[in-house]
Design a protein around this ligand. Structure first.
Ligand SMILES: Cc1cc2nc3c(=O)[nH]c(=O)nc-3n(C[C@H](O)[C@H](O)[C@H](O)COP(=O)(O)O)c2cc1C
Length: 247
């Protein structure tokens, strides 16, 4: 079976973290943002804003706030994808209707809408031969990011996206076995155990043989390390201050 070009594009994904020093033409940047807007959106709320940042100094500050991730500064463009209910707060004010934003549901709606838009942006960028990496580090110091970008109440940064023309083409990172992700009719726990063992070996092989930054652990150690300490604990307070009470 011949794969359609869009399938090839999706399945050739890898994150890109090194970029040529070439500016991205403005019309391509616009296409990327327009494509982000064509993502499906919960109840048509379109609860996101996209801030594009080319200013070197600002990107330097953001790179620091993202945990000194140098590609935030080095990529020719950095986007911040912001979950955004600020416009919705205005219309509720105008119409003098209640603004029921305090429950967890809207937080999820905002994060999901924003992520779908960001993935559309990345795929469109790749169609123009760009590469990129998403940056969850934007939530490391969300309060400071919000101040730097002048974010209003009812918003929060969900992810960043570095884009540029790739300097190096890296190997693809293996994915969890198909049978460990796809379940038929009901959840199959037995598949998970064999998939975990198989994937741990695949990842050990990938990490230990890759050209850049080889590592000598498998996926299980990576995940247990990642999950064994709390992360971004200030985020809850930040979100509450932004209006999301998560009731
Ligand atoms: C929401 C999100 C946040 C991410 N944050 C970061 C980040 O802060 N820094 C980074 O280097 N990569 C980040 N990544 C990239 C992941 O590490 C990467 O997608 C994953 O390891 C799989 O590798 P691949 O994209 O090359 O297939 C993020 C990816 C996603 C989807």
């Amino acid at each position: 079976m011949n794969k359609p070009p869009i399938t090839e594009l999706i399945q050739s994904h890898r994150s890109t973290r090194t970029f040529k020093n070439i500016e991205i033409p403005r019309d391509i940047v616009k296409e990327i943002i327009v494509s982000a807007q064509w993502a499906p959106t919960s109840h048509n709320v379109q609860a996101y804003s996209i801030i594009s940042i080319t200013n070197q100094e600002l990107r330097g500050d953001l790179a620091n706030l993202c945990g000194n991730q140098k590609y935030v500064k080095e990529a020719p463009i950095f986007f911040v994808f912001v979950a955004d209910f600020y416009p919705h707060s205005l219309v509720s004010q105008w119409e003098e209707t209640p603004f029921e934003m305090e429950e967890t549901e809207n937080l999820i709606v905002g994060a999901v809408d924003t992520a779908l838009a960001a993935q559309n942006a990345l795929l469109t960028a790749r169609a123009y031969e760009l590469g990129g990496v998403m940056i969850g580090g934007i939530r490391n110091r969300a309060q400071e990011v919000a101040a730097l970008l002048n974010l209003p109440k009812w918003t929060f940064p969900v992810m960043g996206l570095c884009l540029g023309y790739p300097q190096d083409v890296t190997e693809q990172k293996p994915r969890f076995p198909f049978y460990g992700v796809h379940h038929e009719d009901c959840y199959n726990r037995e598949n998970i155990i064999s998939a975990l063992n198989e994937y741990d070996k695949d990842m050990l092989h990938y990490y230990s043989t890759r050209q850049v930054n080889p590592k000598y652990t498998g996926w299980i150690t990576q995940m247990t390390n990642y999950l064994s300490s709390p992360r971004r604990q200030e985020l809850t307070m930040f979100l509450k201050n932004q209006g999301f009470q998560m009731k």
